[in-house]
Write a protein that binds this ligand. Sequence first.
Ligand SMILES: Nc1ncnc2c1ncn2[C@@H]1O[C@H](COP(=O)(O)OP(=O)(O)O)[C@@H](O)[C@H]1O
Ligand SMILES: [Mg+2]
Length: 366
Amino acid sequence: MLSVRELTKTFGAPPDRLVAVDRVSLDVNDGEFFTMLGPSGCGKTTTLRMIAGLEQATSGSIMFDGQDYTRVPPQRRNIGMVFQSYALFPHLSVFENVAYGLRPRGVAREEIASRTDEVLRALQLDRYRDRLPATLSGGQQQRVSIARALVYRPSMLLLDEPLANLDAKLRVQMREEIRRIQREFGILSLYVTHDQEEAMAISDRLALFNAGRLVQLGRPRDVYRHPASLFAAEFIGRANLLRAKVLDRAAGAAKVMLPGGGMVAVPRVVALGDAETARVPPDADALLMARPESMKLGPIEGRMPGRILRAQDLGGTNRYIIAAEAALGELTVEAARSAPEYGEGASVGLALNAEECVLFIRPDPR
Ligand SMILES: Nc1ncnc2c1ncn2[C@@H]1O[C@H](COP(=O)(O)OP(=O)(O)O)[C@@H](O)[C@H]1O
Ligand SMILES: [Mg+2]
C-alpha cells in the first residue's frame, strides 16, 4: 500500500549540510499499524512530514495505492494527521472542532452532522459533543484531535508522538485506545514515538531509526529477540553485555568462553559494525547479550560470580541490579516470584539461557 524508497532529506548547504533522513526504504500494508521508533533527532518527524507532503523530499520516492505521492500536493494526499499538541479551537465545541474541516470541503450540512456524530460515537466522545475543549481531560482532548483526523475518512493516519503530553498512566490507557480505534477503522497507520515500550506494545511492525537511517525493521518481538546491532539491543528492552572469548565458530553459531571459565554455545552471531566494535574490551573478542529474563541467579559454585547491588520488588517479579566482573556495566536480572529471593549485598552465581542470547562479535576475531 505505502511504499517508501530511498527517501532522503538534507537541510542546509555544505559545509553545514545535515542529512536528516538518509535513504530510508519501507513498505506498510493496508490496515497495518506501523511505528517509526528512535531517539530524538533521528529523523522520524521529517520522514512523516515527507509522507504527509509537508516537507519536500530531497530524493527518493513515496508510492501510495499505486500513485506517486512524491508529486501529489499535501491537500490531495487524503491523509489524517495527529500531533503531540492537540491544536483544538478553544471557543468551539467538541462537535464543531471535529466538523470544522468538512465545511470547506463542500460536504452537505446533513452529512457533516451524521459523519461527525458517527466518529464521535466510535471514539466514545458523544457524551462530550457540546463541551468546550478546556472542560475535557488531556486524553479526551487527544481523542478529539484523532476524531478530527478521522472524520475526513483518510486512507492513511499519521501520528507524531500523540501521547507525549500525557502523564504515564494515561499514556498507557491512550495507546490501547488508539490501537482499538485503528483496528475499528482498519486504517493504515504510521505512528512516531521515541518510547520503545510504547512501540513494542502497540505496533504490528516497527522501524528503528538511528541518525537518519532505518537500522532495523520487523515485528517488535523479532527485533527484541534478534537485534541486528548493539544499538538495537540497547534501545529496545534491556541488554546485559558480557565479555566473551570465541572458542569455535561455525555457520552463524559460536561456542564461547565467559570470564570465570563457563562455556556456552550461542545459536545467533551478529558481526559488529565499525562504530560499535570499539565497545568490545581488549581482553575479549565478543560481547554476549542476554535479556534480563534470560539470566538466572543461583548458588555461586560453577557459575559467574556477581553481587546484588539493588533488589527491586516489581509486584509480579523481582528485578536485581548486579555487579559482575564478566559484565560491561551493571546487569539486570528479572526473576519470577517463585524463584529464591536475594537481598542487597548478597553474592550470587549467574547462569544464562544461551539459546536466547545473541553474540556480537568483532568483524575478524583474533
Ligand atoms: N526545518 C529544519 N531545518 C533544519 N534542520 C532540521 C529541520 N527539521 C529537522 N531538522 C533536523 O533534522 C534532524 C531530524 O529531525 P526530526 O525529524 O525532527 O527528528 P525526530 O522527529 O526523530 O526527533 C534533527 O537533527 C533536526 O534538528
Ligand atoms: Mg519528532
